[in-house]
Design a protein around this ligand. Structure first.
Ligand code: ADP
Ligand code: ASP
Ligand code: MG
Length: 413
């Protein structure tokens, strides 16, 4: 069985859904299809949750009306009179009419997950109407997670059992990316951009032959084309290179996607929904290193430096305290480096989390920080590439391993 995953960009308008239909007709007759919310729906649903929880009624109604309008218009353009999303919006109306009765992250998951429900309802009806026998499956009943709302951790044993029991029969199957459910039937989500990961979970449990994620780029490139004018398509990548690139921030693949596929040797294809006949990139078990450097840029980074107040070494006891603080504040470390009595970390400058982290760290350490920085990672670097990247930048910190260099810089331009 083939698993296909279509992201928000591929189904942002009715032409996108028609294109998806063509790809399934020509290349995915029995595919298991995982779909994200349409276009920027997830961002809009996040706005809705914020307005609802903060009891901004007018704002809530405005965002809700925009979401309804968009999905109703999509339904009409694709299906004529039938509007398969009415029931889901009726459910959402009921939910929003009550005051929030759970912590923020739990409320978030009950609402934001509906983006994927809406998109798959429309797309399943469209495929059905266009003579592609399609079964709509509810991913909430298939992917079982713990209760970490907004970052659900998969219970693999239970998920495997449910998927093997419930995904049967021939024809196209369509389900939602990004969503799961706790053992007590509360909806969870798997983290922003988590639909690639959902596709990998399904592929693992179904022992799929391959996974194809359909993107708006020709495949995995050696840099994000939003930042670089000249990029090179990487036609073959090892699982190891793919996981390293994704981990350091190449947003074309969600970093959690690779492990389940590597564990079962399932190849991952990254292909363009704009040129569906082109081969794109294949990721698998290959014996080869890349011959060109790959670049990953992260902007809006903050470099935090810590020194123990009492001039003690940065050793195991201090390190475990530091990591404990980061875990408590929910801040992910992008790079770290230590000397005898100082410890430096680079993190995304998230205004919801970093101030609280700094306050926690100040309880035990002298803290200094430097913001508005860039973190540049180069895999398969050479000195010439580093020199080119550093033109017009001030280098604050550098970390090299055999294949990867990370540079923390201030842009002087
Ligand atoms: P979707 O949500 O539709 O699945 P994303 O927008 O998350 O897809 O991912 C595709 C985007 O990833 C591209 O438009 C591109 O800007 C970005 N990207 C970042 N790094 C790379 C890379 N190395 N190769 C290709 N695309 C990349
Ligand atoms: N719709 C979710 C998001 O935008 C999941 C995904 O698209 O992968 O984050
Ligand atoms: Mg995405």
């Amino acid at each position: 069985m083939k698993v296909f995953k279509f992201g928000g960009a591929s189904v942002k308008d009715s032409a996108g859904v028609r294109n998806l239909g063509e790809i399934i007709k020509t290349q995915g007759k029995d595919a298991f299809v995982v779909v994200s919310a349409m276009g920027k729906t997830t961002n809009a649903l996040e706005d809705l949750v914020r307005a609802y929880v903060h009891r901004q009624n007018e704002n809530t109604q405005t965002v809700l009306a925009t979401l309804k309008d968009f999905h109703q218009r999509m339904s009409i353009e694709l299906l004529g009179n039938s509007i398969p999303v009415d029931e889901t919006f009726a459910h959402l109306d009921l939910l929003l009419a009550q005051p929030p009765s759970a912590p923020y992250d739990e409320v978030y998951d009950q609402i934001v997950s509906l983006g994927e429900i809406l998109s798959t309802q429309i797309i399943a009806a469209y495929l059905q109407q266009n003579n592609v026998p399609t079964q709509w499956l509810d991913a909430r009943q298939l992917i079982c997670t713990d209760i970490t709302f907004r970052e659900g951790r998969v219970n693999w044993t239970e998920t495997n059992q449910r998927i093997s029991q419930r995904v049967t029969g021939k024809g196209v199957k369509i389900t939602q990316g990004f969503v799961g459910q706790t053992a007590t039937n509360r909806t969870t989500t798997l983290g922003r951009d988590g639909s690639d990961y959902s596709a990998a979970i399904f592929a693992y449990c179904l022992n799929a032959d391959s996974v194809t994620i359909w993107k708006d780029v020709p495949g995995v490139l050696n840099a994000d084309p939003r930042w670089f004018d000249e990029t090179i398509l990487l036609d073959k990548l090892t699982y190891q290179d793919a996981i390293e690139l994704a981990y350091y921030g190449a947003t074309v693949i969600h970093p959690k996607t690779i492990k389940p596929l590597q564990n079962k040797g399932i190849p991952l294809y990254v292909r363009s929904f704009l040129t569906p006949d082109a081969p794109g990139t294949v990721i698998g078990n290959f014996e080869q290193h890349l011959s060109t450097p790959s670049f990953i840029f992260k902007v809006n980074q903050v470099l935090i430096s810590l020194r123990p107040n009492d001039f003690s070494f940065i050793a195991e006891d201090n390190l475990s305290r530091i990591f404990g603080r980061f875990a408590q504040a929910g801040v992910k470390i992008n790079l770290m480096q230590n000397t005898a009595i100082s410890f430096s970390v680079v993190v995304d400058n998230n205004p919801d989390r970093v101030p609280a982290l700094l306050a926690l760290l100040k309880q035990d350490f002298r803290v200094s920080y430097n913001d508005s920085l860039e973190l540049i990672t180069i895999r398969y670097y050479d000195q010439g590439t580093i020199d080119r990247v550093l033109v017009n930048k001030k280098l604050l910190l550098e970390q090299k391993s055999r294949y990867t260099v990370q540079l923390v810089v201030k842009d002087l331009g």
